[in-house]
Every structure is written in structure tokens, then in C-alpha cells.
Design a protein around this ligand. Structure first.
Ligand code: DC
Length: 227
């Protein structure tokens, strides 16, 4: 097994784990894995083929054959490619999130994405965010953080994010969506959303992004310095 260190940041949608993972990775100069993007890509690829209702095997085949590439544009903004098309914006839509959550309950799809996720673990280290980074994909992660925030706070954050992008969604509809997705992610039999036994819990409801980032970086440095 690779010895490159991993920081796993798991939590429900809207907890801020994507933002925190990106900032922590940047501060440490480590690689970043947004595992949710991979599930979103499977949902999107299935939709483009008109196969969202396909069998588990067919969806797992789509996951195995994902032609995905991550890079950054001239301004340093991350971009995600599916084959030849830039799907960065489409991937963040609520529709894509819903499709991702549906394919994510399928064990064969999860299994098909395992190797791809592990391949992100390269020198000097990896910050991985998702739902099962600390429990399933990187159980030997150096640091496991379970980031939470109240459902109301998460709905408000997502609402603002979408509003800033000019996307008009009602707050109650968004809250319902977040609760439905939490339920589906927590109740599925394979790799459900739950903290690893050795995870450190961090509630971001009343903390700024800078405070959460600093807390995770302090924990990381504690462990790196102790080595
Ligand atoms: O983090 P996100 O909103 O981009 O994730 C999209 C969906 O993918 C979410 O409903 C849960 C699922 N997912 C998962 O099951 N396991 C992961 N490691 C990451 C995401």
C-alpha cells in the first residue's frame, strides 16, 4: 500500500467539505480528490446516454469506462472534462447531484470507482473529500475529519451558492432536497454516510471558512510534526 499521507474529509452535502478540502490541499501543496464529482460524472454520463434507469451492471460499466480528466484554466479555476466536453458547470447542478445520489447507492458502481479514487494518492499527499473517504476508500488516512453543519445552515449555504451563480431555487425545496439526499446517503447499505470510529468531528454551523480550514490544518500539522 502507498505510504503517501491522506487527509479524509467526509460529511453531508453543504457541510463545506469541498471548500475546506480545496483550501487544505492548497495550503499543504497536496493533491485533491473531490470524490463526489466522480459520482456526479457517472450520473451525467448515464444521462447523456439515456441510461439513468439502466441496470446496476450497465451503470457500473459506465463508471469503469469514465473518461475523466481534471485540470485548471488559465485563471487557476478547476475544470472537469468528460471525454472532450468541459462539464465543470453542469456537474454542480442540483439535477446532477440527484443523479449522483441515485447511482451512489449501487455497490457495483461504488466498486467500479474504487481504483480511480485510490489512484489520486500520489506524492506528496492527498486531501480527499466525500462520504466514505475515511471509512472505506482510505481507511488508513493519517487524519479523518467528519464535517457537519445543521441541515438549515447547509440549505442556506447552498441557496446562496446557487443564487450567486444566478440559479433561482426556493429555500424550502432545497431543504427538502438536502434532507432526502442525507437520508439516501445515510441509509444505504454500502458505505453509508457516517463518521469513521477514529474521525474527529467538526461542526461548522457557527464557524467561518477560515476557522474551519485552520482547525483542520492545525490537526494535520500536529500529526505531520509527530512523525
Ligand atoms: O459531495 P457531492 O454533493 O458532490 O456528492 C454527490 C453525491 O455523491 C452525494 O449524494 C453522495 C454521493 N457520494 C458518495 O456516495 N460517496 C462519496 N465518496 C462522494 C459522494
Amino acid at each position: 500500500m502507498s505510504e503517501f499521507p491522506v487527509i479524509a474529509i467526509d460529511g453531508p452535502s453543504g457541510s463545506g467539505k469541498g471548500t475546506i478540502a480545496r483550501r487544505v490541499a492548497r495550503a499543504l501543496g497536496w493533491h485533491l480528490l473531490d470524490s463526489g464529482a466522480l459520482y456526479r460524472l457517472v450520473g451525467l454520463a448515464a444521462a447523456r446516454k439515456g441510461q439513468t434507469d439502466a441496470s446496476e451492471e450497465a451503470l457500473a460499466a459506465i463508471a469503469s469506462d469514465l473518461e475523466v480528466r481534471f485540470d485548471a484554466d488559465d485563471a487557476g479555476e478547476e475544470r472537469v472534462w468528460l471525454g472532450d466536453s468541459d462539464v465543470s458547470a453542469e456537474l454542480r447542478t442540483e439535477e446532477c447531484g440527484r443523479l449522483a445520489s441515485q447511482v451512489a447507492v449501487l455497490p457495483k458502481v461504488r466498486n467500479a470507482l474504487m481504483g480511480l479514487q485510490k489512484s489520486f494518492r500520489t506524492a506528496p499527499g492527498l486531501v480527499a473529500d466525500g462520504r466514505d473517504m475515511g471509512t472505506t476508500v482510505f481507511p488508513d488516512a493519517m487524519l479523518k475529519v467528519f464535517l457537519t453543519a445543521s441541515a438549515g445552515e447547509r440549505a442556506k449555504r447552498r441557496h446562496k451558492q446557487l443564487n450567486d451563480k444566478g440559479i433561482d431555487v426556493s429555500l424550502p425545496a432545497l431543504s427538502r432536497d438536502i434532507e432526502d439526499r442525507d437520508r439516501r446517503d445515510s441509509e444505504r447499505s454500502v458505505a453509508p454516510l457516517r463518521p469513521a470510529e477514529d474521525a474527529r468531528l467538526l461542526d461548522s454551523s457557527n464557524l467561518t471558512i477560515d476557522e474551519v480550514t485552520q482547525t483542520v490544518l492545525d490537526w494535520a500539522h500536529e500529526l505531520i510534526d509527530a512523525k
